[in-house]
Write a protein that binds this ligand. Structure first.
Ligand SMILES: Cc1ncc(COP(=O)(O)O)c(C=O)c1O
Length: 462
């Protein structure tokens, strides 16, 4: 039809089209995600219980399951303007290369110095910490994207930033560490001897190269020992997912400008924050019975929380100092193999994403890392962007779906989240290019000890 709009390569919203509110999908969920539990009493954590660890305003967001829209403060919108709205790109070149009738779009979140979507929540969390008059924050980082994003946000607001970085990444990604230090953060390899929990983990597992779960335990302990500090987390929590909804809200607004309705929406899932943020506005339509989409979460076959985990209350960290969250989990004692997508090596999953998965609103797939890097290179060679290994999990499934369309002739519209760039992941690319990359899929035997460590109490059977 002559009236059909020509879709540009990149759809950019205008600055004044930036979302004014975050969308809280919990308001539209009939089955709300289960509350965090105090591990000592097994009672839901109240705002008072959480006060010692998190900032007040963030606690309110964490516990809010009724307000669908939460206004974004002006100062945060102003910071967002540094790098948002982010483009929604039509992958014309990839479509051509694949010779698929599918129409592929990706929302690119790597166009800021931290290189990923993590900045969307870092800036919000740093803002609320500053507003509360705090001196600083502590956090963990796996591959380093979250720590980098938080360092940027803290330097902007003049807050001290202490990052516990998983030791293997600290050693393998010295430049990521240096970026954080350049923004003024103090970076400690985890497990370390600076915390009691770190010492305990080191005593139990001498020579361990750490995990996200260990680093969380250390960051929480470090916060509790310093006056005027709070702990902040880069994924999993409801508040983080909420901040990340700027991704989905912008995506939806950009699609609507051109009357595009997606069939399939795909995101990689580590702790679930980018996926949750991308899909929330679409899942909301499904929950309200307004529309149907196929939503796919993609995780590594080496750390398959959704596809092989159990839905139960579990600790969010290895040291068991954090509250219990009801989520798909492999057990807080599960230490994933050294997959190169460090940001996806987490034993659990956001309670919101877990509940949506449990209720059939979203589906999940697991993919092996060599096939992920094949997809990453295929994408890079035609679309130009060098993707992060985490993001490349979504690329893998987007390509798989586009190839299915090639077979069936269906012209499906596929949208995926391209969460970041992979410039600090060149050791992984080098391994892949040298043919040295291997795939590891845990056996049921390998998974058993993790499941055995999940706390047992009435109502937590799985
Ligand atoms: C580029 C990138 N994508 C995705 C993820 C996964 O995190 P989440 O599931 O919270 O979005 C990470 C985590 O570090 C990341 O750095």
């Amino acid at each position: 039809m002559g009236s059909e709009k020509k879709i540009p390569y990149k759809i950019y919203l205008k600055e004044d089209e930036l979302p004014k509110s975050w969308y809280n999908v919990r308001a539209d969920m009939k089955n709300k995600p289960a509350p965090l539990l105090n591990p000592a009493t097994l009672k839901p954590m109240t705002a008072d219980d959480l006060k010692a660890v998190f900032c007040d305003e963030l606690i309110a967001q964490e516990l809010d399951e009724t307000n669908a829209y939460i206004p974004i403060p002006e100062e945060i919108v102003d910071f967002y303007k540094m790098y948002r709205p982010s483009p929604l790109v039509r992958a014309y070149c990839l479509e051509k290369k694949l010779q698929t009738p599918a129409k592929i779009y990706y929302k690119f979140e790597g166009n800021n110095t931290s290189g990923s979507h993590k900045l969307n929540s870092a800036i919000a969390q740093a803002y609320y910490a500053k507003k509360q008059g705090l001196k600083g924050v502590t956090t963990e980082t796996g591959a380093g994207q979250w720590g980098t994003a938080l360092s940027m946000a803290c330097s902007y607001f003049g807050l001290d930033c202490q990052v516990y970085m998983v030791k293997v990444s600290y050693e393998q990604k010295p430049f990521r560490r240096e970026v954080m230090r350049t923004y003024g953060a103090k970076v400690t390899p985890s497990p370390s001897t600076t915390t009691e929990v770190g010492k305990k983990i080191l005593a139990e597992h001498p020579g361990t190269t750490g995990s996200l779960g260990c680093a969380i335990s250390e960051a929480v302990e470090a916060e509790s020992r310093q006056e005027g500090y709070r702990y902040v987390l880069g994924s999993v929590l409801n508040q983080v997912l909420l901040h990340q909804t700027v991704i989905g809200l912008e995506t939806k607004a950009a699609l609507e400008k051109y009357d595009i309705v997606p069939d399939i929406i795909i995101g990689c899932a580590g702790g679930g924050s980018n996926l949750g943020g991308l899909i929330s506005p679409f899942a909301g339509e499904m929950l309200r019975g307004e529309h149907d989409y196929q939503i796919i979460a993609v995780e590594p076959a080496s750390c398959p929380s959704l596809t092989r985990g159990v839905f139960a209350y579990d600790f969010c960290d290895t040291g068991k100092v954090c509250p219990l969250a009801k989520m798909y989990t492999l057990g807080s004692g599960f230490i994933p193999s050294a997959n190169h997508a460090g940001g996806l090596r987490y034993h659990g999953m956001s309670p919101v994403v877990s509940q949506l998965y449990h209720d059939g609103i979203i589906e999940a797939r697991s993919v092996e890392q060599t096939s992920v890097f094949e997809a990453a290179e295929q994408f890079a060679r035609v679309e130009g962007i060098l993707p992060a290994p985490e993001s490349s999990h979504a690329i893998r499934v987007a390509i798989d779906e586009a190839l299915k369309c090639k077979e069936t002739g269906e012209e499906k519209t596929i949208v995926f989240g391209l969460t970041g760039t992979g410039y600090f992941d060149m050791v992984a690319y080098e391994k892949f290019n040298n043919g040295e990359m291997t795939d590891y899929i845990p056996t049921d035997e390998d998974l058993k000890p993790g499941f055995d460590g999940i706390p047992k109490f009435p109502g937590n059977e799985f």
